[in-house]
Ligand binder design. Structure first.
Ligand code: HAM
Length: 415
């Protein structure tokens, strides 16, 4: 029997209902903030990610699904969506005015990663990107939106973890201090970190190896080496978050696994996730648009893992909010046709209804209704047709009553 490809899942039932509920909530909350949706292709040219996510990142180094297509192009199944959104915004000249541009997206991403709880090779992200504003206030706006989104989903126990990774101008001062620190204890660091200290020292802070994390004790902190403007920016963001009541903590080791960040970088952790996994991450990327060939436009954004979010919500809240349709069971030949007509009227009136079309015994139909979790069953037989009524059975209580046919739509709608 064929199985789905390792790390790629089929979605259905309770889990998919959570996905749908999350997506509806996202569209509602983001729409309220003036964000509009953007959809970009799953395949992008290899260069888009090499030049943005960065050649020193694990994503580009080890995790991309990349191949040469039949036309000889080197393409990648997107490992994230920010680079694609930036590529699209440049290509369609969406960033050429001085107006802020606000986008959100919902879509599959692909990373060839080692599987663990909440980590897949095809996974879903919901993300929001805000272009054109460099202020800490724009970050506060985006984080408030994120906070409302998570709160409306019913999530608590969240930690906003923030840092500033400075700018390319301010980073050499930090790099010098950090390289000196590293050199004094280099034997304690893993092989990967020896490579990272050459290519991108910030990546050492992010190493998952416990020995490296221990060796980092007392390391120089980036926020002590910021340029004046970045330091002011960081201080202002902290004031805004405090004033707005968004709970956060500073994490000097938070650098994120992607190379495009400048100044603010952040993650949100959920204590319900385990394994120290981040529910979401993001930050400011003021240089990326220009770097990919667009105008000089600052940007800020984040992306949340939908698979992880659904998993946490399922743990915390159980079944996703949803309604089951009623079930209409006709008994006998005459009732079968009348049931089709009645169902059509109900569907046209917007009523959610499932129709039993197998014919045959009531017992079998009722057993299915039980298994399907149907709460209201309508029975239409010869007796009901004579009287112009339908028999209604409420499955939770076993209670039975008779409704006039003309009132079925309104009574079902008001349940
Ligand atoms: P990221 O931290 O690589 O950032 O991914 C964001 C979120 O996607 C993670 O926090 C996690 O919830 C989810 N995620 C990542 N990999 C997997 C996986 N293998 N399985 C399940 N979920 C996963 C970005 O992708 C940036 N584009 C975020 C961003 C947007 N920065 C600025 N704008």
């Amino acid at each position: 029997m064929a199985q789905s490809v390792k790390g790629m899942r089929d979605l259905f039932g309770t889990e998919l209902r959570w996905f749908q509920h999350i997506e509806e909530t996202a569209r509602r909350v983001f729409g309220r903030h003036g964000y509009g949706e953007i959809r970009t292709p799953i395949l992008e040219e290899l260069d888009v990610f090499k030049r943005s996510v960065g050649e020193s990142s694990d994503i580009v180094n080890k995790e991309m699904y990349e191949f040469t297509d039949k036309g000889g192009r080197q393409v990648v199944m997107r490992p994230e969506n920010t680079a694609g959104v930036v590529r699209a915004a440049i290509q369609h000249k969406l960033l050429n005015s001085s107006d802020p541009v606000l986008f959100y997206y919902i879509g599959q991403q692909f990373r060839y990663e080692r599987m663990q709880t909440g980590r897949y090779r095809q996974f879903w992200q919901i993300g929001a990107e805000s272009f054109g504003v460099a202020t800490p206030e724009s970050e506060a706006e985006s984080l408030l939106m994120l906070h409302s989104f998570l709160t409306e989903l019913g999530l608590k126990n969240l930690t906003f973890s923030i840092n500033s990774v400075g700018t390319p101008e301010s980073r050499p001062a930090f790099h010098a201090a950090f390289r000196a620190f590293f050199a004094a204890r280099e034997a304690q660091f893993c092989e990967d970190c020896h490579r990272r200290i050459e290519t991108n020292p910030l990546r050492v802070l992010d190493c998952k190896n416990e020995k490296c994390q221990a060796a980092l004790e007392g390391h120089p902190v980036i926020t002590d080496h910021l340029d004046e403007a970045s330091a002011k920016h960081h201080a202002r963001l902290k004031v805004l978050l405090t004033e707005l009541g968004i709970p956060f903590e500073e994490n000097p080791r938070l650098v994120r696994g992607l190379d495009y960040y400048t100044r603010t970088a952040f993650e949100v952790l959920s204590s319900d996730l385990g394994a120290q996994s981040a529910l979401l991450g993001g930050g400011r990327y003021d240089l990326l648009v220009k770097h990919l060939g667009g105008p000089d436009v600052p940007a800020f954004g984040w992306a949340i893992g939908l698979d992880r979010l659904a998993m946490v919500l399922q743990q915390v809240r159980g079944e996703a909010p949803h309604s089951t349709p009623a079930l209409l069971i006709p008994l006998g030949d005459r009732a079968t046709l009348e049931a089709l007509k009645l169902a059509r009227n109900l569907w046209d009136a917007g009523v959610a209804l499932q129709l039993e079309t197998r014919g045959g015994a009531l017992k079998k139909a009722m057993a299915s209704a039980n298994r399907l979790g149907i709460r209201t069953v309508l029975i239409l037989g010869d007796g009901e047709l004579e009287g112009g009524t339908v028999t209604v059975k409420h499955m939770a209580t076993g209670e039975q009553e008779s409704w006039p046919l003309g009132e079925v739509a309104s009574r079902l709608a008001s349940r």
